[in-house]
Write a protein that binds this ligand. Structure first.
Ligand SMILES: Cc1cc2nc3c(=O)[nH]c(=O)nc-3n(C[C@H](O)[C@H](O)[C@H](O)COP(=O)(O)OP(=O)(O)OC[C@H]3O[C@@H](n4cnc5c(N)ncnc54)[C@H](O)[C@@H]3O)c2cc1C
Length: 424
């Protein structure tokens, strides 16, 4: 990572962001002999170290970690890398082809240049670029519900991005708000560490880890589910706002069954709808949330059954899930002091922030408009966004395919700047 930027210099392509997406882009551009720099405000792939908890493991199996020119080649393709293994693996990738990454340079503004191309303003000077790829991930600003600002100062509040381990929280109970992939896994992490856990459930679906002898992700991959573009999904582009299914890769992978945690003492609530001081209010939706998550899981199994039947595959039969617990009543209010809760982990997701990209390609909500990452501004691209094109676009699974697609568009434009297609 020895590249530098020189104020006033020019580069064919500026790639903003040195995570797996920016590096994949860099590999593709390297293959095509296209000059570029990867501008990373921190260090390569640091999000995997700085924004994941200590016991984090991938939810997706290692065989899906297929960066372009760099498939997972470790000893456990069906396993799930731990946080530090992921970080080391990505850093080795950058080194493997000498990615021209400039670390510690913050891009503060990208705008169209007066004579075409782009002006890329950084905290170390300004460069120009013919083309720009924004690969800054999809998780920029942690979302905190309004209630967070009204909670008593005696309660420690942490966003899931900053949660590290049960040990660093004060003694006492912990309330986790949100049951998406992070919330469900953090609640499990705390529970396994022996903490008293309270969990406010949202509307996240879940998926079984294994079914009929294989990882569900392997079945769904064979079924072609991960190749279906976002436009062809039920709900179309709204899929980009959907919550991920919860399951875990921890200890070789397993389901996250919140009902069984409830049997073991975890307290479950519906959606958090308000609060202040030490008192919080929840909607009476805990049971509906659990039922919804289970019904999605079971419908995925039905799809897998049909696929197995259609394809005539010999796979072991497996009993369907039977709920092991139901709430006796919906608890709609909670006093944190009375319940002995001393900390809250907000797992309400993230918002994107592209305010520094000052090019007119955004919708009213600040989301970039694009087709497979190609925007209407010639030479400006996005990569690595959740559902940019398919399920795997914001994950490891499809970054090779998406970066290949963009590198082809970039190559076309580099060769024939005036003719390169702009999406309609
Ligand atoms: C909790 C969590 C768990 C996940 N688990 C999985 C999983 O199991 N499997 C899977 O496939 N995916 C998973 N993902 C999704 C995805 O793989 C990660 O979000 C991954 O980090 C995305 O890589 P990226 O390169 O697109 O973005 P990032 O890793 O976020 O990299 C973007 C980089 O851009 C830099 N940057 C941002 N703004 C600027 C700027 N203005 N100037 C310069 N640099 C900038 C950042 O410092 C960062 O290094 C998970 C995501 C989260 C949040």
């Amino acid at each position: 990572m020895s590249a530098r930027i020189t104020d006033g210099s020019h580069v064919e392509v500026a790639v903003v962001g040195g995570g797996q997406a920016g590096l994949s882009m860099s590999w593709q551009l390297t293959q095509r002999g296209i000059g570029h720099l990867v501008l990373e405000r921190d260090t390569v792939a640091h999000d995997w170290a700085d924004r994941r908890w200590d016991n984090f493991t991938l939810v997706t199996p290692n065989w899906q970690c297929a960066l372009p020119g760099y498939p997972y080649d470790g000893a456990d393709p069906d396993g799930f890398m731990k946080r530090d293994e992921v970080l080391a693996w990505i850093r080795r990738y950058a080194e493997s082809f000498g990615a021209p990454v400039v670390e510690g340079v913050l891009v503060t503004r990208v705008r169209e240049g007066a004579a075409g191309g782009f002006e890329v303003v950084t905290d170390q000077g300004t460069i120009t670029a013919d083309q720009v790829v924004v690969a800054t991930g999809g998780y920029h600003r942690p979302v905190l519900p309004a209630a967070a600002g009204r909670i008593s100062g005696s309660i420690v509040q942490v966003h899931s991005a900053d949660y590290r381990s049960a040990d660093v929280l004060p003694q006492g109970g912990v309330l986790v708000v949100g049951s998406g992939q992070s919330g469900a896994q953090i609640a499990e992490d705390l529970f396994l560490a022996g903490r008293e856990v309270h969990l406010a459930l949202g509307s996240a679906p879940r998926c079984a880890r294994f079914y009929r002898g294989r990882d569900c992700i392997a079945w769904l991959d064979d079924m072609g589910v991960y190749d279906i573009p976002v436009q062809a999904q039920v709900g179309g582009l709204t899929k980009r706002e959907s919550t991920n299914h919860y399951m875990t890769g921890r200890d070789g992978g397993r389901d996250i069954d919140l009902r069984s945690f409830a049997l073991g003492g975890m307290r479950l609530y519906g959606r958090l709808i308000g609060g202040g001081g030490t008192s919080l209010a929840f909607s009476p939706t805990a049971e509906a949330s659990l039922d919804h998550a289970d019904s999605v899981m079971e419908s995925i199994k039905t799809d897998i059954d049909r696929y197995i039947d259609r394809a005539g595959i010999d796979a072991p039969r497996e009993d369907r899930y039977v709920p092991v617990w139901r709430p006796d009543e919906e608890v709609t209010s909670l006093d944190l002091d009375e319940a002995g809760i001393t900390s809250i982990i907000w797992s309400a997701g993230f918002r994107s922030d592209y305010s520094w990209v000052q090019v007119g390609v955004f919708d009213g909500a600040g989301h970039p408009t694009h087709q497979r990452g190609v925007t209407a501004a010639p030479g400006l691209y996005f990569l690595g966004l959740p559902w940019l094109h398919t399920w795997g676009s914001g994950r490891f699974a499809a970054i090779a395919r998406d970066s290949e697609h963009l590198s082809s568009a970039i190559g076309d434009r580099a060769r024939h700047p005036a003719e390169a297609a702009v999406p309609g």
